[in-house]
Design a protein around this ligand. Sequence first.
Ligand code: KG4
Ligand code: ZN
Length: 347
Amino acid sequence: MDVRKKFEALAGKEDTVVLGIESSCDETAAAVYAGGRILSNVISSQIEIHRRFGGVVPEIASRNHTLALPAVADEALKEAGMSLKDVDAIGVTYGAGLIGALLVGVSSAKALAYAANKPLIKVNHIEAHICANYIEHKELSPPFLALVASGGHTSIVEVEGYNRYKLVGSTTDDAIGEAFDKVARLIGLGYPGGPNVDRLARLGSPVIDFCKKKKPHEFGKLSYSGLKTAVVNYVHNARQKGETLPIEDICASFTAAAIEPLVDTVVEAARRSGAKTVVIAGGVASNSALREEMRKAGEKNGFKVLMPSPVYCTDNAAMVAVRAFFSAREGVNLAGLDLGPESNLRI
Ligand code: KG4
Ligand code: ZN
């Protein structure tokens, strides 16, 4: 049977077996999803490799994906108790992300799909982050509102259907995770900075006002470069005066300043769309303050807030497999062997 016919046969099926592959940044990941359950979720992180450079070096990321991916995919199948022939479809992230890193995942997925004569499904990384919420929240179904906060994205999305996503807000400059990483680097915390800032923020107080000149922002237009500059100026000033940096307070104050406008924008977006459920997703969705503030905002404004466990917030292939599953169920996003990476893919 040709792959198109095989793909069409998956429409409406609930027990499709999907192998997901993810390589958009510095995690090489593969996972198997079947019958509403994650059967395996293998992640090979390159954090240690990039740590000494203070951030992800794209060329090194690509090379390490090439080295890791065959074993990671084998491991995911093995843990699921399957071989490639048991898989119904292969889902792969083709954007957004680092072009060379994406190319490795896309090429590997195409090779597997061709070799095993399986349908290949293209997956948008931002949509995949949102779909991480379906893994543990079986009651979740569209429509709902989603906040994707990660190293590469700060997006507010109306999820109108399993395959219908509408962008209603995003950052006009840096992504929130990028701001966390840059502030961490500035004050001498290691890469990736987000988790370190999170840990230290809990020991400090938000006593430094980094947002004195904050302009009222237009709905849906978030910005993080001004906040980052405010922290840079504060730190340089303190260093020039020979003062000891109040690291914990800087982390707490930066976190509060980063999260407040984000939560406010989500609340406004929920009000405008009438959303009864809001989900958060992406690496920064594992931030303890964001999780707490979103829960409070939900209680105050009368919407339900859902979030994935931290392991499904940062990059993983389980979310990719789930996103691909919904494509197969509705018969969309079948890719050909001419699929290429799209580094600036949007919703
Ligand atoms: O979703 P992700 O793994 O990759 C992208 O798609 O970008 O997100 C990684 C980002 C990094 O910027 C990292 O510092 C941030 O998520 N991050 C956090 C936390 N855990 C990860 N930021 C704040 N608090 C955290 N606990
Ligand atoms: Zn991501």
